[in-house]
Structure formats: structure tokens, C-alpha cells
Design a protein around this ligand. Sequence first.
Ligand SMILES: Cc1ncc(COP(=O)(O)O)c(C=O)c1O
Length: 427
Amino acid sequence: MEQLALFGGPKTIQKLFKTYNPIGVEELNAAQEVIKSGVLSQFLGAWHEDFFGGPKVKEFETQCAEYFGVKHAITVNSWTSGLVAAVGAVGIEPGDEVIVTPWTMSATATAILHWNAIPVFADIDPQTFNLDPKAIEANITPYTKAIMVADIFGQSADMEEIMLLAEKYHLKVISDTAQSPGAFYKGKYAGTCAHVGGYSLNYHKHIHTGEGGILVTDDDEIAERLQLIRNHAEVVVGDKGVKNLSNMIGHNFRLGEIECAMGIEQLKKLSGFVESRQALANKLTEGLMGLHGLQTPIVRPDRTHVYYVYPMILDIEKLGVSRDQIHEALQAEGVALSKRYQNIHLLPMYQQKVAYGSRGFPWSSDICHREVNYRKGICPIAEQLNDSTYLGFGMCMNELTDEDVDLIVEAFAKVWHQITILQSDKI
Ligand SMILES: Cc1ncc(COP(=O)(O)O)c(C=O)c1O
């Protein structure tokens, strides 16, 4: 076998993979049509027929509701906005505790803080990277009011167990399904099993509109509150006759007509994009499965994976080398992998408890019922994965061919067959 590229041998993958770009002529035509119409947005921040937006917003929302099988779909200008709206809409009060995963993009937890509520981090399942229901239950206190679940990398969390916990402790559940549109959980679309959920439409997701998000819910009251928070609630509630003023602090979270026109075209392609990712991921798994000490993605039998990220776990003891060494060797062969994801609880904001202003609000104020701990050690599984065993491939960011997958497999095989050289190498 040829020498590892790390030590001067030939690089297995000489080319750069094609970057994912799902925008086609259909989206171009749809956007053009909107531009020609001159109506780029038709929202009005008042109780008026345009409070709900223009024709493309309404059409996209109707199609999303139909597609995902929910009563209401509400578009927003980013999924970060969607998460903020969701926390407000479920009625979270300042000082309430919301249990959240540390293995997610930061906005999942920041949305909680936005309402001066307190994120409480619970550990994840070591196989699916999603919140572990047992860890959730261990973190429930009298102050817990909601669970913020993320369906990370493309696979749903254990929603049945989580919804049972929610029922038992009278909690609301928000599902951050940014990364998993089109994934199934027990026959339902991921994101639709919580009280409110939704998807990101940013440019590196399966379907996108540049920026954007879609909230989904079956709850009429939550839907109304989401629409209000999206569009200047405080000025609308009076004329609309809304009695519950809690969290009726509005924003401009409105998505434009161009984005929604493109979203309509993207939605038609979602299942095809998902299937192509699944086919490539399955091929990759077939190729990597025999490599000792490498755990390919584990997909639970009652759900499907849509592979926003293709996650792997290294058995460092079995391999006798560090993740850094493997990462470096694969990188040298031309496989771009990330060796970390997120441990949100360890961000400076949580470590120093400095968010709003400089004096520790909300943690230092008397709305906070107790001292919440963010120290390293509270989520040992998420921490170990991030510190030493996780390896991820950005499946959704690349437009791979079958030959590209063969090359990735070849690169892994080359590194694995020469692992003893890495073992003796003290890099
Ligand atoms: C899990 C998760 N939550 C939230 C977000 C935020 O979404 P957006 O970029 O649309 O605001 C992302 C974006 O990558 C994400 O992956």
C-alpha cells in the first residue's frame, strides 16, 4: 500500500468535492416572477389583512403545513428567529428553566435566554447525539417549564419518551429540527411531534432560501402567538382582541416573498434531496463498516436519518491513536472532516454567566430560582465526544457522486491499514 499522504505519499483525493447548491432554474423563475410583480413583501405590522403576509408567504405556509402534516406552518426570516418565537409562544416566564442539549448550534439555547429564562443543559445519548430522556428527567426541578429538543445531524430525538416526560411534569416541548427536515420518527415527520417545532432554511440545509425558517404546530393558540411575535405583537394585540399579553413583545421575523417563492420550489425537491443523501450515506457506511474502532452512524429502527452530518465515533483505546492523529491523516488524504461539534454549556457566556449587560443578568437576578451549574463535567458524554471521539463529515454541504464516496472509503481504508505507523508516530 502506498505511503500515507501525511508522510509524503500520494493524496487519495486530489479534487475538491462539488459544493452543494440545490437552487435550480425553477427557483430562478419563481424569484424572477416575484421581482417582476414588484411585491417583495406584503406584511403589515398591524391587525389588517396583510398581517399574515403576501401571496407567496401564504402559499408556502399552506404547502409546508400540508407536506409536514400539521395544522399550522409559519415562516420566519431565520430559524434562530423561529426558536425565539417558539420559546415566547409557549409562555415561558423570566426565570423559568428550560432543559436543552449542549450538542447543538448555539441558537437552540440562546432562544431560551432571550426571554430571560434559564437554560439547563442535560447530557446526550452517546449513539444518536440527541438529548437522553433519562438525563432530561434527572434535570427536572420545580422550576422547569419546557424542554428544548434538537434533532441533530439528521435524526429525530426520542420524542415518544420526551413527550411522556412532558405530560408527566406538565412541560412544553420545542423541537429544533433545523438539521432534519424530511426525517421520519415513528411514521411522522421529525419536528412535528413536539408542541412546536420547525426547520432552518439557511443555505447549508437540505432545502434553503438563503436564510429563513418554518415553524410547525398543531396548536391554534401557539400558532396565533407565533404569528404575533413574528410581526410586532404589541401593536396588534389590542385590535385583534388578544387577552393573554404575556410575551407579546413583537419582532420583525417576517420572511419575504422572494424567499417564499423559492421555498415553494425547494419543498417540491426535499424528498429527492433527502433520498440522495441517504443513498450516499448508506454507501459510505457499507464501505466503512468493517474498519475496527470506527462507529458509523447508528440509526434507530423507528426513524430515518437525513444526514445533514454523517457522524462517526472513534474507539480510541482500540485504535491506539488519538482522534487528532486520525483526523490529520484523513485530512492529508483529502477528506475534510470536523473533529468537534458543540459543547454549548462551555461557551464563555455560560462559563462567566454574562449575557444581558455585564452584571450577570438573568442568572444573578432574583428571577433565577437557584444556582445553575454550567461547569465542565455536567454533560460527560457530550464532552467526551467533543474532546476525543467524535468525527463528522458534512454530508449536506457536498454534492457527492458514487465515485467520490468510493474515494472517501479508499482514504479511510488507507489510513486504517497503516494505523500502526500512526501508533508509533508521536505527533
Ligand atoms: C440545530 C440548529 N439550530 C438552529 C440553527 C439556526 O438556524 P438559522 O441559521 O436558520 O438561524 C441551526 C443552523 O445551523 C442549527 O443547525
